[in-house]
Design a protein. Structure first.
Length: 337
């Protein structure tokens, strides 16, 4: 398959997939039982006020008509207006997306940089001391609740040791934010020579990044070890050993054959950690997209929840498209049909 055909096939797959994502998002919010009318009207509202609000939101229309209206608005880039912030949901999401992506990039990046080498080393010497230690470490990362880990880290490193700043957001309240360029305080502080802002933002970033890295590294270690052990037991590697290839070359062969499934798993891990990250953002008052969505769910902000779920679904689709593209570059034969 040529590269052009590969891109065309992926592009054609996205269209029905995105329509399905919009439909599932639309139905999930309604199945969840969120009723914004009662929250908007208040406890003293009359039935006429209830009916008026329901009519303005279009909730008095049949379900199929509500979906057609919603689909048309999504195509035009209109995700509605949040009653909690009285702003466009799309505007709120744009402002918070970069904040969450920064945390996700560093957390998953560090988790992958630690998890993949550790998992490979454990696989090359199974049942050894390092492998046993790795399994205990991975089990710890799997079993510990994310919000509890975040709270313990704040208690230990801020309250007991005083090594980290308080969990009050992305920057100290005593430092003014730098001029907005990228949305990342660290990068914007460096670009505008605001060293105090860059340092403050970086120090606030350390604990939530470490927390997310621990949560992401544990499954990556476990899955990398399992993939590498399966490759080590394959006919290809056994044949390489029988031919007397040096151990260094055999390990390179194992790494090459493990790269595609490991990369695919990391892609699924990224999409799964978006929901987990909302708890970390909430504990650290991070103000990102995860905290926005969690607040919307708690407050029953119907439109914001709908937009949040839709954006996460679209993000997951885009991540898998990027992973497919990278896999094609690494191993074009895996995409041949």
């Amino acid at each position: 398959m040529t590269f052009q055909r590969f891109l065309l096939r992926r592009a054609l797959m996205v269209i029905p997939l995105m329509i399905g994502v919009v439909f599932i998002t639309f139905m999930l919010v309604r199945i969840g039982g969120l009723d914004p009318v009662g929250r908007l009207a208040g406890p003293t509202a009359t039935q006429a006020e209830f009916d008026s609000i329901r009519n303005n939101l279009g909730l008095d229309q049949p379900l199929w008509k509500q979906f057609s209206i919603y689909l048309g608005n999504v195509v035009r880039g209109d995700l509605g207006e949040s009653w909690l912030s009285n702003r466009s949901v799309l505007t709120d999401i744009k402002e918070r997306a970069v904040i969450s992506l920064e945390l996700l990039f560093w957390g998953v990046g560090i988790g992958a940089l630690v998890g993949v080498p550790v998992g490979l080393r454990a696989a090359f010497r199974p049942n050894g001391r390092f492998d046993q230690f790795t399994r205990v470490l991975s089990l710890f990362g799997f079993s510990i609740p994310t919000y509890w880990l975040a709270l313990v880290m704040i208690f230990v490193f801020f309250y007991l040791l005083g090594w980290s700043p308080p969990a009050i957001g992305r920057m100290s309240m005593l430092v003014s934010p730098p001029d907005m360029i990228t949305g990342s305080y660290v990068i914007d502080g460096l670009l505008t020579a605001r060293w105090d802002a860059a340092w403050s933002a970086a120090s606030q970033l350390i604990l939530p990044v470490i927390c997310l890295a621990i949560v992401s590294a544990a499954p990556i270690i476990k899955q990398t070890r399992a993939i590498a052990i399966e490759v080590l037991s394959s006919d290809t590697v056994r044949y390489a050993h029988a031919c007397g290839l040096p151990e260094r070359n055999v390990r390179k062969l194992v790494l090459r054959n493990s790269a595609v499934p490991i990369l695919t798993y990391i892609g699924t891990e990224v999409t799964g950690l978006v929901g987990t990250m909302s708890l970390i953002e909430y504990v650290f008052a991070w103000g990102g997209l995860g905290q926005y969505g969690l607040n919307a769910i708690i407050s029953g902000d119907f439109t914001a929840v709908q937009g949040y779920v839709l954006v996460l679904a679209v993000f997951s689709v885009l991540v898998f498209i990027v992973i497919d593209f990278v896999v094609y570059l690494i191993e074009p034969r895996s995409e041949l049909s």
